[in-house]
Design a protein around this ligand. Structure first.
Ligand code: GLY
Length: 324
């Protein structure tokens, strides 16, 4: 228990019998009789606010609430696909820059929501990721200046377009051999214990006009709940939608699995059940985090306690002190 922690106001007394009969939230440990002189201990982890174990005093249960500030964490991804070598360094540099930006927002006292928005903006403005371009209509509607569409077409995208003018061929190639996505995302937990996610995409190549992918659908491309965590997904939108990937990951977390195991199990399920591949980043209210993918590569980065973590290939997990 944190020695600097201080008790909040309320202390609630219960009869022994009430304590045993009380409804149990999903990760609530079963109530039991305290032994004499037993010290209170953490019973339910609800982010940075924790309900502590009941203890015995003159045959009465007592509860208390305890809160303290914990270090904030941000994790970002730049899309899960077979990132070619010529985009590898730029992709990793891009996610590192985004994670740094998210972290500086958190350090400045910003919320998790502010942090994920700032991190995603950095990647949307970086042509290596090519997300966020669908925002021009919105930008126009709020009076922002627009530029000709040609200026938004990157060299790499033009080459791919020439190669895959046929929709069926393009989708088969993208989703069976070379997975190609324009999605970026971020998740964060702030020092108040609030979690948030953001996911932004340019969709998939040769998509039908009007297609809606997974990203704007809560539970599929992203989900955030202060009781379990926040997730942002990347991959084949139709597959992610079919398994509601973000919610699936958090439902495993709620059953007691780690973030990494939950993400791996869910991506495996998506592969087995609907032949989809992709990736996910996740953060818990207590500051644990994971970056997982079933594609060949995914550029990701995280800032946790002044260390910048990052990777691109499976099992790659590099780090450097922030500020280097
Ligand atoms: N995951 C992005 C999309 O399929 O639209």
């Amino acid at each position: 228990m944190d020695p600097n922690a201080s008790f909040d106001t309320e202390e609630v007394e219960h009869e022994y019998s009430n304590a045993y009969d009380r409804p149990q939230p999903y990760n609530y440990e079963p109530a039991r009789r305290p032994r004499d002189q037993e010290q209170p201990r953490i019973r339910r982890n609800n982010g940075h606010r924790r309900e502590i174990e009941l203890w015995c005093e003159e045959n009465q249960w007592r509860t208390g609430q305890l809160s303290w500030r914990m270090s904030a964490v941000v994790v970002v991804h730049g899309g899960a696909w077979a990132i070619p070598e010529d985009l590898a360094k730029a992709s990793v540099d891009g996610v590192k820059a985004a994670a740094r930006q998210g972290s500086s927002v958190l350090k400045g006292g910003g919320s998790a929501l502010d942090a994920v928005e700032a991190a995603v903006r950095v990647m949307e403005d970086n042509p290596v990721f090519n997300a966020g371009r669908g925002a021009d209509l919105f930008a126009e509607s709020i009076g922002m200046a627009t530029v000709p569409a040609d200026e938004l077409v990157t060299e790499n995208e033009r080459k791919e377009w020439d190669k895959q003018k046929n929709y069926v061929t393009g989708v088969m190639e993208d989703f069976n051999s070379q997975w190609a996505h324009d999605t970026v995302g971020a998740v964060a937990v702030d020092s108040d214990g609030n979690v948030a996610c953001a996911t932004s995409t340019g969709g998939i190549r040769n998509k039908m006009v009007g297609r809606v992918g997974d990203c704007p659908i809560i539970g599929s491309g992203g989900y955030a709940d202060n009781l379990s965590g926040a997730v942002s997904c990347t991959g084949h939108g139709e597959s992610i939608l079919k398994v509601t990937l973000a919610r699936l990951i958090l439902s495993h977390v709620e059953q007691g699995k780690s973030l990494a195991d939950s993400s791996q199990l869910s991506l495996q399920y998506m592969g087995d059940r609907v032949h989809g591949a992709g990736g996910a980043i996740a953060v818990s209210p207590s500051g644990q985090w994971a970056a997982t993918f079933s594609t060949e590569r995914m550029a990701w980065a995280a800032v946790d306690q002044d260390v910048l973590w990052y990777g691109l290939d499976p099992k790659e997990k590099l780090n450097e002190k922030l500020g280097q």
